[in-house]
Design a protein around this ligand. Sequence first.
Ligand code: ZN
Ligand code: ZN
Length: 404
Amino acid sequence: MNVQEILTKASELQPQLQSIRRDLHQHPELGFDLTYTKEFVKNELLKMGYEPVSCGKAGLVVLVGGKKPGKTILLRADMDALALKEEADIDFRSQNEGKMHGCGHDMHAAMLLGAAKILKEYEDEIQGTVKLVFQPAEEIFQGANDMIQAGVLENPDVDAALMIHVMAGLPMPSGSVLVPSGGISMASCEQYHIHVKGKGGHGSAPHIAIDPITAAAHIHIALQEINSRELAGGEFGVFTTCHFEAGKTSNVIPDDADMWGTIRTIDPEGKIGGQIKERMTEITESVAKAYRCEAQVEFYDYCPCMVIDDALADATLTYMNELLGQGAVSMKSIGMDKPAGGSEDFAFVSHKVPTVSMFLAAGNADEGYIYSQHNPKVRFDDSVLFKGSAAYAYAALRWLGKSK
Ligand SMILES: [Zn+2]
Ligand SMILES: [Zn+2]
């Protein structure tokens, strides 16, 4: 195995990878409900001579290597889309109304299929085992955990794990691979639901009703004080209500009002995470009471911080330098080593085995890729797919070779 050989093999696959990605892009599916996607990926793997095994509610796993003794490295691609109506200016738009691959997980699945194809050609030489994992339900932070519960980290036991996420709209050359430093790289995320109970009535007679909308509006404003008045400067804790629902018509005071949002922090179990949740609960209940309502806060769907392993991150940066030269970028060197507010459910894996999570720039802002992930107009530069495949395959082969 040499690095040039891997890059050549990967670039020969590029047209195929692009058509796989565009097919998946036209057929986005959500959460664990990946009937088309899973079947598609499974068929591609079967064509390469793999025997895909289902794992958890909708995941797929294949192994390659294992003929020579050594460690096991896990490579992961997620496959799910977003509940978003696509407005991107492309001719292979989503055919599933209200669903869109707006985070690039179609790119990830195609890239890992490319890596599967390359790795199969080195099967006899691999010093250990590569476990390729196609994961559902990342966007709802449940897929990684579901696969862990189903045993994805065992049989064989996983010694290291690697994932790549594409990024659109970065101000850097498309195809660059960004490698993080060790430590926390992404925030935790936890959902909340605030339910405010009042007493409905006629819009003309608020004095004999109890208006939950007024109470909810005051709760919403009061909660902002936690960010502005109770967290110290530099403490990373963000929470945002993104969904507010109450009432159905203009002349009826409703019984209830509801708010949903997310909390992000790099200290979810500690002072900041604890303080935010405690104070959200106190403020919500007290403000509701002041306006004669009752309210509860419920926290759910927790995803921890992503923790990057120091040694694995350093080794990966070396491998990416060998593979891509200047195309390998240390996130520290460009000031991107501070934890980002975004979250990623592969974080569950990062708490179990040494993990590295890289980014692949897929669309330069100067070249018109101006929208970022989760925007209905986002476009991804899929001419970089082969670099993702090469990065997955090369990092795995190099790490196994070194760690035998
Ligand atoms: Zn996403
Ligand atoms: Zn994503």
